[in-house]
Write a protein that binds this ligand. Structure first.
Ligand code: FAD
Ligand code: DLZ
Ligand code: SF4
Length: 510
């Protein structure tokens, strides 16, 4: 080990070779510290596969760093002296290595950022906290964009990112003349086309050891480890990216919002776990997608849609997370306080759409966007579930969930708990939307066409009841005007019956 080295802690979502903390580091005079710690595995009851993915990816990344010439001090979860927290482990590493300074890339969330801030005073060693340059927009750029704006809509931020990256740009003009091709991207689930087979990666020795550790230690966490098949190295994640570009991207746009029984991947990429933990570079993925368009392999609506999700939505929610501050988690605009039903943790419900989205989630720790937004998120919003609890559920259950990306999506986009910072109206719907976009209703014991009665689809009465409950909040919202016109056109006795149906259903949930 080098004498009086620089100590560089690398957190579990910093598994990138091009990390800002490594930029000017001399491998001969540097110790990299990687820590598996109970605080991180336990701050929510993460899905077992999420923990297995992160620990295995960390262990593989440590090997890759060693191969590249770095000295890595790696603390395993079951090391007998493990202090259980980042700060406790950095304290032990300071004792072991007596570093002249600590350099670290900024943490991805408020909770951990506060820990990093405290280290300089605590350890009496200079601490250099560097911006996370794996994002396209710096926080200063986001703040500059946000200042003086009445509304922080993604679409305008996205245009800034298109100009900054030059992706799909012809000079100062967007490729094809339009910034956004979303109108072409709402096709329902196809009856005849079969989605590409998902790539799977058989667990190697390191992953098998981690799977044993997780099975033994996190038995009381939700989710399954059976069939764990995620990539855990940058090379395998790259292979998945290439497979997506070849087989998924060409239909990505068309079927972005579609849902099919037994399918959680469809034409989606399932690359978010790798981008969020650092194994894949988001901008590189966008360039790969752009190339598919330029080579004529994928249409503009697909490629623009994919690039928008990354340099638009992903960058925007990250900027917003730091912009709105740590108390965003307490927002509850709709005063929703109901407990999430137990079936969110078991998948056992007669609602086929919910059973599908929840079942896939518990099996794989992944569901695609429309399942998260218009099935599980929609249902939680309709029943008036407490947004803080909904947030905790999403944070624990998804393999790609880190607070910076999960929280704005849940509290803002899905639950409308921020009162409209992210979304201009709540993302709620009756069963009709789910029926249009999926094959779910054909397999369901409920009847999507009925509003009342024993067989009526629960989404229907709950939807109208949601509108009625919140009429005073949304009556001035032009994007809700059509929904309220339909509600107000309904005969009074039908309104009463629908609300009684919803009340009965909600009581049943208690
Ligand atoms: P694709 O459909 O292939 O999309 C391409 C990429 O675009 C994704 O990999 C992702 O990096 C990015 N992306 C797309 N939509 C968003 C978005 N709204 N916000 C940020 N990035 C986006 N995404 C997470 O990465 N972590 C989360 O914890 C998370 N929680 C969510 C919770 C809710 C309620 C909702 C509605 C969305 C959430 N998302 C989250 C966004 C989105 O659902 C996932 O990024 C996507 O499903 C990941 O699967 P994929 O890689 O196949 O995505
Ligand atoms: C999510 C997670 C888990 C489950 N375990 C670890 C861990 O043991 N060690 C680690 O470095 N990171 C882990 N992570 C990811 C961290 O929670 C993530 O890096 C922080 O949230 C940074 O913001
Ligand atoms: Fe879901 Fe209702 Fe369709 Fe059943 S009928 S799958 S509950 S939307």
């Amino acid at each position: 080990m080098p004498q009086s080295p620089t100590l560089i802690p690398i957190l579990g979502d910093q598994l990138s070779m091009n990390l800002s903390s490594l930029e000017d580091a001399d491998p001969k005079r540097t110790i990299l510290l990687m820590m598996e710690v109970e605080d991180e595995t336990g701050y929510v009851r993460h899905h077992k596969a999420k923990i297995a993915y992160i620990l295995s990816a960390m262990r593989h990344h440590a090997e890759a760093l060693r191969k590249a010439g770095w000295t890595v001090d790696y603390v395993k979860l079951d090391d007998p002296d493990n202090a259980g927290s980042f700060t406790g482990e950095v304290a032990r590493a300071v004792e072991r290595h007596d570093p002249t300074r600590i350099v670290v890339t900024q943490a991805g969330e408020w909770r951990v950022a506060a820990m990093l801030e405290a280290w300089e005073t605590m350890f009496a060693v200079p601490v250099d906290i560097r911006p996370d340059t794996r994002f396209i927009a710096s926080q200063a750029e986001f703040e500059d964009w946000a200042k003086d704006r009445k509304e922080l809509r993604m679409e305008f931020f996205y245009r800034l990112m298109r100009r900054k990256t030059g992706l799909l740009m012809k000079g100062d003009k967007p490729e094809g003349g339009k910034w956004n091709y979303d109108a072409d991207n709402r096709k329902p689930a196809p009856k005849k086309e079969t989605p590409p087979e998902p790539l799977t990666f058989a667990p190697d020795r390191i992953t098998r050891e981690v799977l044993r550790l997780v099975a033994g230690r996190f038995d009381n966490h939700p989710g399954s480890l059976d069939g764990f098949a995620y990539a855990v190295t940058a090379e395998d994640a790259r292979a998945q990216a290439e497979a997506f570009m070849a087989h998924g991207l060409p239909r990505f746009g068309d079927y972005q919002d579609a849902m099919l029984t037994g399918q959680h991947q469809l034409w989606h990429s399932v690359l978010s776990p790798y981008m969020n933990s650092g194994l894949l570079d988001p901008l590189e993925l966008c360039r790969m997608a752009e190339e598919e368009y330029e080579d004529g392999h994928a249409s503009l609506n697909s490629v623009e849609g994919y690039i928008r999700q990354i340099i638009g939505w992903r960058e925007y929610v990250r900027g917003l997370y730091w912009h709105v501050g740590p108390d965003y988690v307490d927002r509850n605009f709709l005063r929703a306080h109901r407990k999430l039903p137990g079936f969110y943790w078991t998948g056992e419900t007669d609602m086929h759409c919910m059973a599908q989205a929840l079942g896939q989630t518990l099996d794989t720790a992944h569901a695609h966007h429309i399942q998260r937004l218009m099935v599980t998120g929609n249902f939680a919003a309709l029943i008036g579930a407490d947004p803080a609890e909904v947030h905790r559920w999403y944070l624990e259950i998804y393999i790609d969930a880190y607070e910076w990306v999960e929280l704005p999506n849940v509290v803002g986009m899905s639950q409308f708990a921020d009162g409209g910072i992210i979304a201009s109206k709540p993302y709620v719907s009756s069963g009709a939307y789910i029926n249009r976009m999926s094959d779910y209703c054909g397999h369901c014991r409920y009847d999507v066409k009925q509003r009342v009665g024993e067989d009526a689809c629960p989404f229907n009465a709950l939807y109208w009841d949601f509108l009625a409950r919140h009429e005073s909040r949304f009556e001035g919202n032009v994007r809700m005007a059509m929904a309220y016109r339909n509600w107000n056109r309904m005969a009074e006795e039908d309104q009463k019956a629908v609300r009684a149906q919803a009340a009965g259903y909600l009581k049943g949930l208690e």
